[in-house]
Design a protein around this ligand. Structure first.
Ligand code: HEC
Length: 384
């Protein structure tokens, strides 16, 4: 039933948004956000409706079908762009999967990839512009949320006991695995119609993000965070999967578990959500800055006739500066990614064959490309 209420809430805000100004960029952002939220719920809740090709709950299954149909309709109402036909095709494919009672993973993957394509085509902020203040969130949580969700988020606050449906327990590991911080932020911002979960739109955007990160930490314990911190310090791929705040806000533990052992995914998530600022200091736009700096140093070494150092610095520009940004860039601008990779290759080639002029020209082009990467990665972060 939770699904139905969310559907109603989404439909309602959708009607409000549609009745507003046409092609207003903010209204478009809101529509895209709501469709994203719908797809996210579909990915999380479908597993409760169908298992092993069999319907577990007829009413929930009906809701899932309706969700997918609504996503198709909502896409049709977005302003037309070159990406829209492909999004519509994906939404139809998702409906067909659900009609065929496909397994939960196939549906979740399809819903998530459509959601990712949607945010790429109709960008909206995926994360706060600065790392959230979790100490402040704790205080806000005690004042605004603990009465229902409980002091430690177990869903057992004094007020919560009397509510139907009951407040969500943020400590529920199974549910938490499939909840992104962005999904929590959306619920906190919009509330859930037909339940006692109110909208906290009166709180500032920063506070809502901080609360979302905080709620996203409550299924973890200190031992997980400590192990996560160790793998963060030791393992370059850990930093590569969390290149920025947007990754910290959008990645679910379930999705991360497909790329590394589930326990490592859990521990890393535990650490990054409780210290989101590390994604900025480790990589962020610092990655581009580092890449540009190393490249200049490399060029200087080449001019001074130190070919070995020039090559080493060029590799460092690529591996330490640029590579951690690749997953984020691949999701947003594959063409630019390829161009940077090819130019880095050309640059190292020029160094190897001692063609200084060519190295110089390629380095200039790369510097320009890196600036574009900066813009591209900053593009769907909030510009406030
Ligand atoms: C009056 C009681 C009440 C208060 C106060 C309240 N909530 Fe809720 N909250 C609920 C209920 C009930 C639900 C479950 C709604 C449903 O069944 O869909 C919920 C659901 C949520 C969810 C969705 C979780 C998920 O996994 O889908 C989030 C996030 C959330 N609340 C955050 C907060 C935060 C943060 C605060 C404080 C700023 C807060 N809530 C205050 C009652 C409350």
């Amino acid at each position: 039933m939770q699904a139905l209420r969310i559907l109603l809430a989404v439909l309602f805000s959708w009607l409000v948004a549609v009745s507003g100004a046409h092609a207003d960029p903010l209204a478009t952002q809101d529509k895209a956000k709501q469709t994203w939220q719908l797809l996210d719920y579909l990915a999380v809740d479908y597993g409760g409706a169908v298992r092993d090709g069999k319907v577990q709950s007829a009413s929930e299954y009906e809701e899932m079908k309706e969700f997918a149909a609504t996503a198709v309709q909502q896409l049709a109402a977005l302003p037309s762009t070159p990406a829209l036909p492909e999004l519509k095709r994906q939404a139809t494919a998702l409906s067909e999967l659900i009609a065929a009672k496909a397994d939960a993973k196939a549906v979740a993957d399809s819903a998530h990839s459509l959601a990712a394509a949607l945010v790429k085509a109709y960008p909206f902020p995926l994360s706060p512009s600065t790392p959230p203040d979790l100490a402040r969130a704790k205080v806000l949580f005690e004042a605004n949320c603990a009465a229902c969700h409980g002091a430690t988020g177990r869903g057992d606050g004094p007020l919560g006991a009397k509510l139907t449906p009951p407040p969500i327990a943020f400590t529920d590991r199974d549910r938490a695995r499939s909840r992104s911080v962005l999904a929590l932020y959306q619920v906190i911002s919009q509330g859930v119609a037909g339940t006692s979960m109110p909208s906290f739109a009166t709180l500032s955007d920063e506070d809502r993000w901080a609360l979302a990160f905080f709620a996203g930490t409550l299924s973890h314990d200190d031992a997980m965070r400590a192990r996560g911190e160790q793998s963060w310090g030791r393992d370059a791929t850990a930093k590569a999967v969390f290149p920025d705040l947007a990754a910290a806000a959008t990645l679910t533990e379930a999705a991360l578990s497909e790329r590394m052992p589930p326990d490592t995914a859990r521990d890393l998530t535990a650490y990054v959500r409780s210290h989101p600022e590390v994604t900025i200091t480790a990589n962020g736009t610092g990655g581009v800055g580092l890449a540009r700096a190393r490249l200049q140093e490399s060029l200087a070494a080449a001019r001074a006739g130190d070919q070995a150092n020039a090559t080493r610095l060029a590799l460092s520009a690529y591996l330490d500066g640029f590579e951690p940004l690749e997953p984020a860039l691949r999701a947003r601008n594959q063409a630019l990614l390829t161009e940077v990779e090819n130019s880095m290759l050309a640059y190292r080639g020029a160094l190897a064959s001692g063609k200084l002029e060519q190295a110089d020209a390629t380095a200039q082009k790369l510097d320009y490309l890196f600036a574009q990467v900066d813009t591209e990665l900053g593009r769907i972060k909030p510009s406030r």
